[in-house]
Design a protein around this ligand. Structure first.
Ligand SMILES: [Zn+2]
Length: 405
């Protein structure tokens, strides 16, 4: 019966009787035949599912389903929905009218199974599922991603899915979930071959590195690091570092020292994982006797200190932060057999952590203040971040303390 209801003007001064079709009520609420929708071009028609119904107008449509109510859809968003198969597509029925985006630029309709976003610069594209959830969590079009530039597509490897956006991409696969990748890190990943590269799919959003200026995205088989000074670096190795504090650092925070270490190690393709942190109350070792601090030679106090390896796996390194060494040094990387680690004093430089653990990874001093392994004092480094050279990187990766990702 409702199929042939003719759209008319709302009766004046009279509450609409309950049997008026919700599509008619919506049409009236938008202004009826005099509105931008214009006159109807079809009767109210039952959808193929036998439950929903629609009416087309000169400039749009109204769709109704008992679960969603009646909503209008028009323009390029309607054209996109049409191209996907209307309400029979994964999008289902609209759950909103076309609505202005909070940024004031674009428009969207939400649907039971996703959304279509339009802006003048990008056109209308659908986003749905876990990719849409990630887009929503980041802040929709007001995030750095901006508006979608594609529908959700299948990746060339046939396993995953992605949407590209103005400011990046969101990639999903069944085993990894949905994560954003953007900027220079995305550029590096794209250059390597996206998900078909050795890195595989992203397993994190882009993250700050130890609170510093460096950025990192993690992938199934490695990470990509970026900073203004290091540019984009692919990390296929990692070292795991545990911190044990007898004293809290006073010149540079642990975050600053780890950020600096990662900045340098990224040049070598090595990721620095700060595994655990433990405070140790060992006052008798707080000014630790390091003797001559020669690799392979340790004092009784070093042996005692390096015995503290709670949580530390085989071939993982420990940085022990102390008040001072005796004699006074910035740090000392001599360690007992099978207990790789270094002592670092609380007043150490930004680069001392990376330098001392460089020794643990097999590096020797050089007389060059452009390099991390300068023997002239890391406070005197002249070109932050200091250099690692190819032979040093080979030594580090071959040390047994670095693991392929
Ligand atoms: Zn040194």
């Amino acid at each position: 019966m409702a199929k042939t209801v003719k759209a008319a003007s709302p009766p004046r001064g009279k509450f609409p009787p309950f049997h008026i079709h919700p599509i008619i009520l919506k049409y009236w609420s938008l202004g009826g035949a005099g509105s931008w929708l214009g006159p109807n071009t079809t009767p109210i028609t039952t959808c193929p599912d036998g439950v929903g119904s629609f009416q087309h107008y000169a400039n749009g449509s109204i769709y109704y389903h008992p679960a969603t109510g009646a909503h209008e859809i028009h323009g390029l968003i309607r054209a996109r929905w049409s191209s996907l198969g209307w309400e029979r597509s994964f999008l289902g029925y609209p759950v909103t009218d076309e609505t202005a985006t909070p940024d004031g630029i674009g428009r969207y309709n939400h649907f039971q199974g996703g959304s279509i976003y339009w802006s003048p610069a990008t056109g209308a594209w659908e986003v749905h599922g876990l990719i849409r959830n990630k887009y929503a969590a980041l802040g929709w079009e007001r995030s750095f991603l901006g508006y979608p530039l594609t529908n959700e597509n299948t990746t060339p490897d046939r396993i995953g899915r992605y949407n590209h956006f103005q400011g990046g991409s969101i990639y999903w696969s069944p085993s990894t979930g949905a994560w954003e990748v953007h900027g220079a890190i995305r550029g590096q990943w794209a250059a390597l071959g996206w998900e078909r590269s050795a890195l595989g799919y992203p397993i994190s959003d882009e993250l700050s590195v130890f609170g510093g200026a460096g950025r990192i995205s993690h992938f199934q088989h490695g990470s990509i690091y970026w900073s203004a000074t290091a540019a984009a670096r692919v990390l296929r190795e990692r070292v795991r570092v545990h911190v044990k504090c007898l004293e809290i650092p006073v010149s540079f925070t642990l975050n600053e020292q780890f950020a600096a270490m990662q900045e340098v190690y990224a040049i070598g393709g090595i990721r620095v994982d700060w595994a655990t942190t433990e405070n140790l109350a060992l006052p008798s070792l707080n000014d630790v006797d390091v003797g001559s601090c020669n690799m392979g030679v340790v004092t009784a106090e070093q042996t005692s200190l390096f015995g503290n390896r709670n949580f530390v796996g085989v071939n993982e390194m420990v940085a022990y932060f102390v008040r001072s060494t005796v004699p006074a040094l910035n740090g000392c990387a001599a360690f007992p057999p099978g207990r790789p680690g270094a002592v670092i004093v609380r007043s150490a430089s930004r680069w001392t952590l990376g330098h001392e653990l460089g020794h643990v990874l097999g590096l020797s001093h050089v007389s060059n203040n452009d390099r991390l392994m300068t023997g002239l004092g890391t406070f005197n480094i002249t070109n932050p971040p200091p250099d690692l050279i190819a032979s040093e990187i080979s030594t580090m990766i071959g040390s047994g303390l670095s693991t392929p990702l």
